[in-house]
Write a protein that binds this ligand. Structure first.
Ligand code: ZN
Length: 332
């Protein structure tokens, strides 16, 4: 049976997941103090995370992809930018998110010729974990703000308040408030004795296998969602479920809650959602990865993390290293 390393607590385990930005003080108590926010915005310590069509600004350096932040002077030159969203502070800088339109994008790129606007999911494989977290946080808020431009009750335009963290309907008779929303999803590595289960969705790229996952439904606990999804996708009944860690996943708006679950037995069957489910022992997983018959989710995903921890526990080896070796072999 899979044993999670209980010598580290869940906060430590979650912090190993990409996009966790818990170390940023979110300054919640300052969001409604407009004078304080304005002073922070105009101080030398202000850094602005630009987002253009949900894409983040990054530049390639010898350390991989690095986040490019704008400084207060640069922002002043960008005409009519909406008021920035306060993200928080790392103790040295104040981080804000700003939305950039097509004209402003040209201006930003002219000033930062080394940079480009890119999908964070792609870029994050090769970037510093702390800054990946800041960009993910900014992207999540940007997505929410841009999809709630109008009130869901009366259809009037919404106004952005609390430094970007609250929307209020501009129709005074309605005045409905709304707050950033995330969609909880469960992701689970199912194990039975010395094997783990991976599945393949027909829409995925060829050979791609991953842990089972699905959205939590209204009126359902996280654990019930694990039981339901595993049965729906693979017709497997579970004995034990253990929460492991979580990961913000702003593609576009999820919170991934990671679990290990133990199957009653290895009987399984595919459903409409998956075209294949397969049990892998450590040896079978190694052979499949090295032989390029199975490709795994990227190491930044909690799907990979759950599998890598299981693999390490059983073999003492590093799954990321194995994937690198396989890639090297393929390109030789
Ligand atoms: Zn309204």
């Amino acid at each position: 049976m899979t044993q999670v390393d209980l010598s580290i607590d869940r906060i430590t385990r979650s912090r190993r997941n990409r996009f966790t930005s818990v170390r940023l003080d979110r300054l919640v108590e300052y969001r409604d103090k407009s004078e304080w926010v304005e002073a922070a915005q105009n101080s030398d310590a202000a850094r602005f995370v630009p987002l253009w069509h949900s894409r983040s600004l990054l530049a390639v350096s010898d350390k991989g992809q690095v986040a490019v932040y704008l400084k207060p002077g640069e922002l002043e030159r960008l005409d009519a930018i909406q008021s920035p969203t306060l993200l928080g502070t790392d103790g040295k800088r104040y981080f804000f998110a700003v939305s950039i339109n097509d004209n402003q994008r040209e201006e930003v790129l002219a000033r930062h010729p080394e940079a480009h606007f890119i999908d964070l999911r792609r870029a994050s494989m090769d970037m510093d974990a702390k800054h990946a977290g800041v960009l993910a946080y900014a992207k999540a808020l940007h997505y929410w703000q841009h999809r709630h431009i109008f009130c869901g009750v009366c259809g009037s335009p919404n106004r952005l308040l609390s430094s970007g963290h609250k929307l209020v309907c501009s129709n005074e008779e309605c005045a409905r408030q709304s707050f950033p929303r995330i969609d909880p999803a469960i992701i689970v590595l199912v194990t039975h004795q010395d094997a783990c289960l991976l599945g393949r969705n027909a829409n995925w790229p060829p050979k791609h296998f991953s842990t089972l996952a699905g959205f939590v439904e209204p009126g359902e606990s996280l654990e019930d969602a694990v039981v339901r999804e595993v049965f729906e996708e693979a017709s497997i009944r579970l004995n034990k479920i253990r929460y492991v860690s979580s990961q913000p996943w702003p593609f576009p708006a999820s919170s991934m809650c990671g679990f290990y679950a133990e199957a009653e037995n290895r009987d399984c069957a595919v459903s409409d959602e998956l075209e294949e489910v397969r049990w892998f022992t450590v040896d079978q997983l190694e052979a499949a990865v090295m032989g390029d018959s199975v490709r795994l989710s990227p190491p930044v995903s909690i799907a990979f993390r759950l599998l890598a921890d299981w693999y390490h526990k059983r073999s003492g080896k590093d799954l990321e290293q194995l994937v690198k070796q396989a890639r090297h072999l393929k390109h030789r």
